[in-house]
Design a binder for this molecule. Structure first.
Ligand SMILES: [Zn+2]
Length: 199
């Protein structure tokens, strides 16, 4: 049985479900939250509820959005001739931070993985091919993890895109092999973007 009151133990258990949070960190966070004013706690819970309620996926690129289309798709200053393919929405932000890319994005929603039963039809690949056939996009940059699943997905996409005649490139191997794109710092990622190679 827990040594804490039930409601406090419940909060600790919820916090423990967050990535990278173990029992000790969860306890520390729970005590911190408990010491905060009612206003701060209600602000935090409001923000949590609001983000869940308002955030949806952009109907064009599947990035996070609060409306039908995300801010990047709506931005008329973006270069509509170039498109960068990523696996998850949070990777868009990572690439935006490099200040090296001013084109559009397409979020696949995962990577092809026979082990995890994820096939091409589970990802937004059909939508990507449709976009390429119905827009002025001249180059597609595949910015996927340089690990087995990312490589396999890149190869699959390159094969699908080739008949459409769109130039296809991938990030230079500035992103260390075996590391998540997520953990690559902005400078490394910027270099990898600048040094991209055709596939
Ligand atoms: Zn979008």
């Amino acid at each position: 049985m827990s040594k804490y009151p039930d409601s406090l133990e419940r909060l600790i258990q919820e916090l423990k479900k967050l990535p990278g949070i173990g029992r000790v960190s969860a306890e520390r966070l729970a005590f911190h939250l408990l010491s905060q004013s009612d206003e701060r706690i209600s602000g935090l819970s409001q923000a949590l509820l609001e983000v869940k309620e308002k955030i949806r996926l952009c109907e064009i690129c599947f990035n996070y959005a609060e409306e039908e289309h995300c801010k990047i798709c709506k931005d008329t200053a973006r270069d509509r001739n170039i498109l960068c393919v990523v696996s998850q929405p949070h990777e868009v932000l990572k690439l935006e931070k490099t200040s090296e890319f001013f084109g559009l994005y397409h979020v696949l929603g995962g990577l092809i993985s026979p082990v995890n039963d994820i096939s091409p039809s589970d990802l937004h690949i059909e939508e990507l091919l449709f976009r390429l056939q119905n827009s002025e996009i001249k180059e597609v940059i595949l910015a996927l993890d340089p690990k087995v699943e990312g490589e396999a997905t890149s190869m699959y996409l390159a094969r699908q895109i080739r008949p459409l005649g769109t130039k296809t490139t991938q990030l230079a191997h500035g992103v260390p092999v075996g590391r998540d794109l997520e953990f690559a710092d902005e400078i490394t990622l910027g270099k990898a973007l600048r040094g991209r190679v055709s596939i």
